[in-house]
Design a binder for this molecule. Structure first.
Ligand SMILES: [Zn+2]
Length: 462
């Protein structure tokens, strides 16, 4: 059984634990993390934890180490097996458990793996993860020998996701789960859905042979776009490595980004719950916040980071929240966790009950001119300071308003730009958006000047 162990500090990240297997992160580490996590859950009055794992080659071994660690600290374990992260969250929401642990490297390259945790559906992140690291290093674990039980939850999960399908006409749909952990669940789901379905990369393969499993990077959507074009599909869905982030392609092969997907999903939610709060992160288009307000909803702009968005959702009772990174959380008719399969079913239902195509719906959204998310290096010890310097130079200046909920988001007549420090890397993130090319050029130039004033070498802003 694992004893006290000092974990590599780089694996204890803001929202999860993640490292390179065999370098910074091992099965022994996972056993220790299991003991520490069980200690925390037990001390909080919990006694049973669900465990799942993704399709990475290292995941079965790490899952076993986790189960041993948890049970060795005296909590009972419910093993739900391999599947997407939302399947594990589903177990957390519907089974008699106090916490849930997912072994997953999410959308990262094959050599990575990691752990996502929640207690009673609440994300375990930030200070919680640091505290877990301290307990691991102290070896001050609760003792015991918990019961280990295995339960097949895959079928009931897929059935539950399918249960909210409400389309009224048959469509042609392309699906690319990218050989990720959602691949089998997606395959089962499309067997149930009416319409004609075209599926690629539908075998779970932790080497990700087809392409990198991250649908928010456009080059990873090439195969899906080709599948849509070749089969004249109405739309297509892509999934990340653990099935909690979605990619959407319309019938013309164009990407719908997180904020655009959210506007379409919000319309249905707001028709059912008028005036409801809908949340998106600071990277989202102004068009999103305007659209929610126009539909009578209450838009909230919140900090980037899925754990932070989820916490805000619980606090405000919002039925829908989402991020540009395409984590979409439905509390409306569902449990409030991020589930890309569920989001796909909801969007498909909307398109399959409308006279309009998804491409038409996309064309009706305000057409903003924007940069993608631009990420560039900045020393760890400078990244927050740079943002603070820019903020203090701009606050109170005429003609602009500065929102500092997460970094600086500067709104002017030309549009807005954002500068924020990544919580997980030595990186600054920027984005600019306008409704005219000239406006966008002016925003970029202001942003460049501000970076220069703080001695940051200006990246290519596109
Ligand atoms: Zn993911």
């Amino acid at each position: 059984m694992s004893d006290a162990r000092v974990l590599d500090p780089t694996i204890l990240r803001e929202y999860d634990i993640r490292g390179v297997v065999g370098e910074t992160f091992s099965a022994i580490d996972v056993g220790t993390i299991g003991r520490a996590f069980a200690t925390i859950v037990k001390n909080a009055g919990g006694s049973r934890i669900a465990v799942g794992y993704d399709g990475r080659l290292s995941s079965p071994e790490l899952e076993e180490a986790m189960v041993l660690g948890l049970s060795g600290s005296g909590v009972d374990v419910l093993r739900v097996g391999m599947g997407p992260s939302p399947m594990l969250y589903f177990a957390g929401a519907t089974e008699n458990v106090d916490a849930a642990v997912m072994i997953t490297g999410s959308h990262n390259p094959p050599e990575y793996n990691g752990i996502k945790m929640n207690i009673n559906g609440k994300s375990f992140y930030g200070d919680d993860i640091q505290r877990l690291g301290k307990i691991a290093a102290s070896g001050d674990f609760t003792q015991g020998s918990g019961k280990v039980e295995t339960k097949e939850i895959f079928s009931s999960y897929v059935e539950r996701v399918f249960a909210d399908y409400r389309g009224t006409k048959n469509l042609k749909v392309a699906w690319d789960p990218a050989n990720g952990a959602a691949a089998e669940a997606v395959s089962e789901l499309v067997k149930k859905l009416p319409g004609q379905h075209f599926l690629i990369n539908e075998k779970i393969d932790g080497t990700f042979p087809a392409h990198h499993p991250d649908p928010t990077v456009e080059k990873n959507l090439e195969q899906l776009k080709a599948l849509v074009a070749d089969n004249d599909c109405d739309l297509g869905f892509g999934f990340d490595g653990d099935g909690d982030r979605i990619g959407v392609i319309d019938g013309k092969g164009r990407v719908l980004w997180g904020d655009q997907i959210m506007v379409l999903l919000a319309r249905e939610v707001l028709a059912d719950e008028p005036g409801a709060t809908i949340i998106a992160d600071v990277k989202a288009s102004q068009a999103f916040f305007d659209a929610i307000a126009e539909m009578g909803g209450k838009p909230i702009m919140w900090k980037t980071g899925h754990s932070l968005i989820k916490s805000k959702m619980v606090e405000t009772g919002a039925p829908l929240a989402g991020e540009m990174s395409a984590h979409i959380f439905f509390k409306h008719r569902y449990y409030g966790f991020d589930d890309a399969l569920y989001a796909a079913v909801r969007l498909l239902s909307i398109v399959a009950s409308s006279d309009k195509s998804l491409a038409d719906m996309r064309d009706e959204l305000p057409q903003m001119i924007n940069t993608p998310e631009i990420r560039f290096d900045c020393p760890e010890e400078r990244k927050f300071a740079v943002v603070d310097e820019v903020k203090s130079r701009l606050q109170g200046r005429d003609g602009i308003s500065v929102n500092d909920i997460d970094g600086v988001r500067v709104l002017s007549d030309d549009g807005w730009w954002l500068l924020r420090a990544s919580n997980t890397q030595a990186v600054l993130v920027a984005r600019c958006e306008s409704n005219s090319e000239e406006g966008l050029a002016r925003l970029k130039s202001t942003l460049s000047q501000e970076l220069e004033k703080s001695g940051v070498s200006v990246p290519d802003l596109g």
